[in-house]
Design a protein around this ligand. Structure first.
Ligand code: SF4
Ligand code: SF4
Length: 296
């Protein structure tokens, strides 16, 4: 079983549309994981049926037992995260601000505060229109444990792939180089980098490539809207050549790319033969790389 992660150094490159298109091309051989948990959009394209949901807890949050609380205010005095509210003499913890340090719990003279598992989001397992399954998640607003949530999504996707005898797990990773991306890359066999020919696209691609080098994962590159700046596209291809990154596709600017997404279709389902051909060939090239035996 192989795991492929699609990432981009920044948002808005078309990463999710491309990943969903690959899921449709690969059909029921692929279990999909949406690890872009801060902006999960794969559900807009793959028609999930949300057949099961799991609450996800990570870290701790303080909870006040109002029966025991004598409203002394000491918890509010010691909380440097300003997570304790005083609502006309009733002290309450705002879980969105609570960092789970436990200080208030220790100092409360009435032992009215307990530390409880913090709810940070939900993980869903869904059947999708490709005939296989997708694991996806939603992070609670303000929660910041997305790296752990990504790890959970990947773990479940791996278990499903193993149980169902699927060859491939396809992960839509988060943009950037932070904790969720690092979590997405852990254990991956191949990375597909998606970028655009802009100065920030080049800069972000280099940053994210530095990261994947640390994981020693092979990679391929897709340049979206490559014809918007042929000079910068050439620079991207030079970078790829020098770093041993396989260029999988150069996608021209086509309004249908965005139109497909806004209408709830993947790009390869839309009536645009050029885009469909390019993405189908890109996935064929990616598969060759994914299954290539690497001599170390
Ligand atoms: S320290 Fe304890 S008793 Fe005092 S306000 Fe806070 S919860 Fe209530
Ligand atoms: S656990 Fe720490 S962060 Fe949370 S309310 Fe208590 S003192 Fe504040």
């Amino acid at each position: 079983m192989k795991e492929v992660v699609v990432i981009s150094g920044k948002g808005g490159t078309g990463k999710t549309s491309i990943t969903a298109s690959f899921a449709v091309i690969g059909r029921d051989n692929i279990v999909v994981g949406d690890c872009d948990v801060d902006a999960d959009d794969m559900h807009l394209l793959l028609e999930p049926d949300y057949k099961s949901t799991e609450d996800f807890y990570s870290g701790y949050t303080a909870v006040i037992d109002q029966e025991k609380c004598t409203a002394c205010g000491k918890c509010m005095d010691v909380c440097r995260f300003k997570a304790v509210d005083n609502k006309i003499g009733k002290f309450e913890i705002n879980s969105a601000d609570c960092e789970g340090c436990g200080y208030c719990c220790v100092i409360c003279p009435e032992k009215a505060i307990t530390m409880q598992d913090a709810y940070v989001g939900e993980v869903f397992i869904s059947g999708i229109k490709t005939g296989t399954e997708m694991v996806h998640a939603r992070l609670k607003a303000g929660a910041d444990n997305s790296g752990k949530l990504v790890a959970r999504v990947k773990k479940i996707a791996g278990e499903i792939a193993k149980k169902d005898g699927k060859d491939l797990i396809l992960i839509d990773g988060s943009p950037g180089i932070g904790c969720p991306v690092i979590s997405s890359l852990s254990g991956a066999d191949f990375v597909i980098l998606v970028t655009e020919p802009t100065p920030s696209g080049i800069h972000d691609l280099k940053r994210v490539f530095e990261l994947i080098q640390k994981f020693k994962i092979r990679s391929g590159l897709i340049i979206n809207k490559h014809d918007l700046n042929l000079e910068l596209s050439a620079e991207l291809k030079d970078f790829a050549k020098n770093e041993g990154i396989k260029v999988l596709a150069e996608i021209p600017y086509e309004p249908d790319f965005t139109k497909a997404m806004t209408e709830g279709f993947t790009v390869v389902e839309y009536n645009n033969k050029t885009l469909k051909k390019i993405l189908t060939e890109a996935w064929a090239e990616a598969e060759k790389e994914i299954y290539k035996e690497v001599i170390k």
